[in-house]
Design a protein around this ligand. Sequence first.
Ligand code: THU
Length: 146
Amino acid sequence: MQNLEKSMISKLIETAMEQLKFSYTPYSNFKVGASLLTKNGQIYTGCNIENAAYTPTNCAERTAFFKAVSEGEHNFAAIAIVGGAEDAGQLDYCAPCGVCRQVMMEFCEPATFTIILAKSEHEYCIYKLEELFPMGFGPKNLEENI
Ligand code: THU
């Protein structure tokens, strides 16, 4: 799935937006939704989930990845991410944090895994993981040592 069809991009963005209503953000009020596409066409969803102790907070992207991996899925094609401050009344481009990029690096091919950052169904930017996470450290770096 090198090139995502426009209809799939729209579906991923729409699905990510639907997750904003589940976002649990009593501390930041910053809502994030994600939809993660597997290579065989399944979609896993995620929202950010905050915590009174702050550090246990889980980003929307990792929620989606962990849901998928916990069900045995390891082959991913793309993720759509939407987000913004609740009181802003509109979405801004929400780039994945460093920890989420590292999790992507664990399960995705940097040259092909597609990251869609969207403000709306029609306003979005598309990146490959290697663009957002150049020279990332991943499973391949350990291959010779395992
Ligand atoms: N957050 C995400 O869910 N994904 C990102 O890519 C960036 C940040 C969440 C974590 C926290 O709940 C809130 O946004 C503010 O950092």
